[in-house]
Design a protein around this ligand. Structure first.
Ligand code: ZN
Length: 209
């Protein structure tokens, strides 16, 4: 939803409701963990009011544990926090997300090795692989991210964990099939969905029909 028109938010939420998109992906940025500020609780609340599909909030903020309950209260079903933002209390933060009734995700930046995830896999429901540097929409997919998805998939299998993989950043019709083949099952598309005159058709193309 970072690529939505916030002056016409209701219209864009209804477009997603009517489209082939599975979820609402909400990129929350604080201007500290990433060099940009997007939106937070009030906009999430406004989307929640109309959303008829699950909400997936991606917290690109420091100290995300402070806000977990607030997102749960708004009806968010999937909540990811960054490994880089909470190294010392990631175990506790993941437990808090699950105890709040949500699925817990660990997001990793492009430069973060997937090997750091090993000790957390049993406590997470999904891994969000960033394929751009977090902070801005409309960036170009970082080469090598497909291979990283494959390495995360291998790690999950090696550890016998039960996590799915979400890929976020620069996803479009040109790379979505390769990302699925590498092991991703959730695809975040912002600019690829909202660009041009017909977002519904863009989303249908991304969904493969
Ligand atoms: Zn995101």
């Amino acid at each position: 939803m970072l690529s939505a028109d916030f002056g016409n938010l209701d219209r864009d939420v209804e477009m997603v409701n009517a489209s082939k998109a599975g979820w609402f992906h909400l990129d929350v940025m604080d201007g500290v963990f990433v060099p940009n500020i997007s939106y937070g609780i009030p906009v999430t609340k406004a989307i929640a009011r109309l959303a008829r599909k699950p909400m997936d909030a991606h917290l690109m903020i420091v100290e995300p544990h402070k806000y977990v309950r607030k997102f749960a209260d708004l009806g968010v079903e999937y909540l990811s926090v960054h490994y880089e933002a909470c190294k010392s209390n990631l175990h506790e933060t993941l437990a808090l997300i699950r105890n709040s009734g949500m699925k817990a995700g660990i997001a990793i930046n492009p430069e973060t090795s997937e090997e750091f995830l090993t000790q957390y896999l049993d406590e997470a429901d999904f891994i969000l692989v960033m394929s751009v540097h977090p902070g801005f929409s409309g960036q170009k997919f970082i080469e090598g991210s497909t291979e990283k998805v494959a390495r995360v998939k291998a790690l999950i299998e090696r550890e016998g964990a039960d996590c799915f993989i979400e890929i976020d950043g620069g996803v479009g019709v040109g790379n979505i099939a390769a990302l699925e083949a590498a092991g991703a099952s959730v695809f975040v598309a912002g600019s690829a969905a909202f660009s041009g005159a017909d977002p519904m058709a863009n989303i249908a193309a991304l969904a493969g029909n």
